[in-house]
Design a protein around this ligand. Structure first.
Ligand SMILES: [Zn+2]
Length: 633
C-alpha cells in the first residue's frame, strides 16, 4: 500500500488492520472454538525442508528468518480438533454464524459484499497451519466508518479467514503447536491509509472494535483481538507494526513509531553529511579481538574463550555517538542493529562501542579493541562472540543494517513490544500468492439473505445505552450491557415484555458471579435463560435465587429448568413456614424489640434472611418481620 499522493503534508499516515476472533463454531469444521491446556490426547509431527526455489515468489530473507530445516510438533485434544485440523480430511462448509457475522460487519461499515464468496489458500511457511496454507475469503470491499468529529475513514476490505495453530514452545529448529486454535474464524478488517494522527488511530481502532462487538459474536479477552498498524512519516517508508494487543495504547505505538522514523531520518541526514557511504561500510573487515581481550574478566569473553569461540571486532566508521542514539524510550540505533542481527543471524548477540565499557569489559580493554580496528574518535565498533560461521554471518548483517541507515527507514515488519515500543521482525513480504481452495464451492449471497440482515442490524453502543435507559435500566447496567455479547438477546427479551432490570441483572450480574466459579455457565442457551425469567415471572423461583440456581445449572447445562429444580428439590417456603421462622427469631430477640421497637427490624432482617435464604423473597420476609414486631410493641 503506497502512500496516497499528498500524504506528505501530514505528520503521519496510518492504515489499520484488525483481526478479531469470532465466538462461533470453527470456520471449516464443526469443532467448538475452545482453548485448553489439558494434556494432549494425540500428537504428530511434520518436517519442512525449505528450498527457496520451491517457493518461487517468496522472499528468500523471509525463508532465512524461519530457518531452513524445521520440525513441527502438533498436539491435539479430541474435544477441539478433528481430521480437518490434522489435514486428513477436506474442509466442511463455512460456519453459518461466522459468515453471517462477517456480512453484518460489512453492512455496518457500508461495504459492498462480493457476489460470490470464494475460499482461497494462502501459503504459510512457519508450520502454523498443518496444511501449509491458510484459508481465507474476501467478503466485502469499500465502505467507511465515521469518527466522533465527523472524520471519515475509508474501509479497504473485509476478509473471513481461519486462525492458525497456537505455538506453545519454540526451540532452535523445532516448534510445538496446539491444534485447538486452528480454524477459529477471524475477521480481518482493514482501513485505507486515511489516519493522520496517533489519536485518530486509537479512535479508529475503538470504532472498529465497537462495530465488531455489537454483533454479539466475538471472542473477548486477551489475545482475541489483534491490530496491525501501517505507519509512515513524510520522507519515510511504510512500516508494518504487528500484533498490538491493547487498543488503549495504539496512540502511544503510533507516537513512538513516528519518533523512531523521524530520528532515523535525522540520523540518515547527519551521517550522509559526515561523509558515510555504503562503500566505506562494506570496506570494513572483521578482526580477531581475542589477543586484545584474553585477560578480560568479562563473563561473555571468558565463556567465549573457554568454548573456543571467535571474538570478532568490526570498525563502524563515523558511527561514534550514533549507535547509542535513543530512538524510542530505552531503545537506541544500536538496539535496531542488534535486533536485526538477532533475527537474521540466528540469535547472535552483539555489543557496540557506544555502550562500552559495560558487562565487565574495562575502559582499558575498550581502548585496546579501538586500537585494533583502528577506530578514531569519530568511529565506533561492534564486538561479537560465537562460532566462526555465525560471526561471519553477523558481520555481513551488521554491515547491511548500518548501510540501511543511509536509506533512512527500511520497509519492514516490526513486532509490537509491551508498552509502545517495537522491534524488527522480518522484511516486508511481497503480496502473497493465493490459490483457489478446490475443496470448497463458491457461495452466492442471496439478496433475500442480505435484506433480512440489513433489517436486523444491531444498534451502535451509544444508541443502545440511550434505549436501555429509556426502558428503565440504570445508567450502570445500561453501560455494562451496551457492548455485552448478550445485548441483542436482552433487546429481544425487552420486546417480549420481560422486566429490563431483572433480565439485565440475570445476564450481567448473575452470569458474571457464576462464571468466576464455573465458565461452563456460558453453555446455557437463550431458551434456558428465558425459561428462568419465566419462572421468576410466575413466582416459581425468586430473583434472590438466581445465583444459586444458575450455579447448579452451570454444572448440568444440559438440564431443562424443570429438570434442574426437580433435581435440586427446590421448594419455596409457604407463608405459614415463613411466619413460623420469623416468630421464632423475634421471640428470641425480645430484649432488642423492647428497647428499639420498630428499629429492631434492621438488625433482625439479617437473621431472617439467613434463615430463609433461597426460600422466600426479601420483600416477603420484611413484611412478615414488620408484622411480627408490630404485634409485640
Ligand atoms: Zn475440527
Amino acid at each position: 500500500m503506497p502512500n496516497p499522493p499528498g500524504s506528505d503534508s501530514f505528520p503521519v499516515t496510518c492504515g489499520l488492520e484488525v483481526h478479531q476472533q469470532l465466538d462461533t463454531g470453527k470456520l471449516f469444521c464443526r469443532c467448538p472454538t475452545k482453548l485448553s491446556d489439558a494434556p494432549a490426547q494425540t500428537t504428530f509431527h511434520r518436517q519442512l525442508h525449505a528450498v527457496a526455489s520451491e517457493f518461487g515468489e517468496f522472499d528468500v530473507a523471509a525463508l532465512e528468518a524461519i530457518g531452513k530445516e524445521q520440525t513441527y510438533h502438533y498436539q491435539a485434544l479430541h474435544e477441539s480438533a478433528c481430521l480437518v485440523e490434522a489435514d486428513d480430511e477436506p474442509p466442511h462448509g463455512m460456519d453459518a454464524n461466522a459468515l453471517k457475522t462477517a456480512m453484518e460487519v460489512s453492512l455496518l461499515c457500508h461495504s459492498t459484499l462480493v457476489d460470490k464468496i470464494l475460499v482461497m489458500r494462502k501459503t504459510v511457511l512457519d508450520g502454523s497451519n498443518t496444511s501449509g496454507f491458510q484459508r481465507t475469503a474476501l467478503i466485502s470491499m469499500g465502505g467507511q466508518l465515521e469518527l466522533q468529529d465527523g472524520k471519515v475513514i475509508r474501509i479497504q476490505n473485509l476478509m473471513l479467514e481461519e486462525d492458525s495453530c497456537r505455538p506453545v514452545e519454540r526451540k532452535d529448529h523445532e516448534v510445538t503447536y496446539r491444534l485447538d486454535r486452528l480454524g477459529f474464524p477471524l475477521i480481518e478488517l482493514s482501513t485505507m491509509p486515511d489516519i493522520h494522527s496517533p489519536q485518530q488511530a486509537k479512535e479508529t481502532a475503538l470504532k472498529m472494535g465497537e462495530i465488531l462487538r455489537i454483533t454479539g459474536r466475538v471472542k473477548r479477552g486477551l489475545g482475541t483481538i489483534r491490530q496491525d498498524i501501517n505507519i509512515s512519516v513524510p520522507g519515510g517508508a511504510r512500516v508494518e507494526l504487528k500484533g498490538v494487543q491493547e487498543v488503549e495504547l495504539i496512540d502511544e505505538y503510533v507516537r513512538r513509531e513516528m519518533h523512531r522514523q523521524n530520528m532515523l531520518l535525522h540520523v540518515k541526514h547527519e551521517l550522509t553529511q559526515k561523509g558515510l557511504t555504503r562503500e566505506l561500510i562494506h570496506q570494513q573487515f572483521p578482526l580477531d579481538a581475542s589477543p586484545a581481550l584474553k585477560g578480560s574478566t568479562s563473563k561473555i569473553i571468558q565463556n567465549g574463550l573457554q568454548n573456543h569461540h571467535s571474538i570478532i571486532a568490526l570498525r563502524l566508521p563515523l558511527m561514534h555517538g550514533y549507535m547509542g542514539k535513543e530512538i524510542q524510550p530505552d531503545r537506541r540505533v544500536g538496539t535496531e542493529v542488534s535486533n536485526y542481527v538477532k533475527a537474521r543471524a540466528h540469535g547472535m548477540g552483539i555489543l557496540h562501542g557506544d555502550e562500552l565499557p559495560k558487562f565487565e569489559i574495562t575502559a582499558k580493554e575498550v581502548t585496546a579493541v579501538r586500537k585494533l580496528v583502528m577506530a578514531n574518535e569519530k568511529d565506533s565498533f561492534a564486538l561479537m562472540v560465537g562460532t566462526p560461521e555465525r560471526c561471519a554471518k553477523a558481520v555481513e548483517v551488521i554491515k547491511q543494517r548500518v548501510a540501511m541507515l543511509l536509506e533512512g527507514i527500511p520497509m519492514e515488519v516490526r513486532g509490537a513490544l509491551e508498552g509502545g515500543n517495537s522491534e524488527y521482525l522480518r522484511p516486508m513480504p511481497g503480496a502473497a500468492r493465493m490459490y483457489p481452495e478446490t475443496d470448497e464451492q463458491a457461495m452466492v449471497i442471496s439478496s433475500q439473505q442480505l435484506q433480512s440482515l440489513q433489517q436486523q442490524l444491531p444498534r451502535f453502543a451509544a444508541q443502545r445505552k440511550q434505549f436501555y435507559v429509556q426502558k428503565g435500566l440504570s445508567e450502570k447496567l445500561a453501560e455494562e450491557m451496551k457492548l455485552d455479547n448478550r445485548a441483542r438477546f436482552f433487546e429481544r427479551l425487552i420486546e417480549k415484555g420481560y422486566n429490563p432490570t431483572i433480565a439485565a441483572t440475570l445476564l450481567l450480574d448473575t452470569l458474571n458471579i457464576v462464571r468466576r466459579e464455573n465458565p461452563r455457565v456460558d453453555e446455557l442457551n437463550e431458551m434456558q435463560l428465558e425459561s428462568l425469567l419465566d419462572a421468576q415471572k410466575s413466582g416459581t423461583v425468586l430473583r434472590d435465587q438466581f445465583v444459586e440456581i444458575v450455579k447448579a445449572w452451570a454444572s448440568n447445562p444440559h438440564y431443562t429448568l424443570t429438570e434442574l429444580l426437580h433435581k435440586l428439590n427446590f421448594q419455596n417456603a409457604s407463608s405459614e413456614e415463613v411466619n413460623q421462622i420469623i416468630e421464632q427469631i423475634v421471640e428470641k430477640n425480645m430484649a432488642l424489640v423492647i428497647v428499639k421497637k420498630m428499629d429492631a427490624q434492621t438488625p433482625l432482617m439479617g437473621h431472617a434472611m439467613k434463615a430463609l435464604r433461597g426460600k422466600a423473597s426479601g420483600q416477603t420476609i420484611a413484611a412478615a418481620l414488620q408484622a411480627a414486631i408490630k404485634k409485640r410493641i
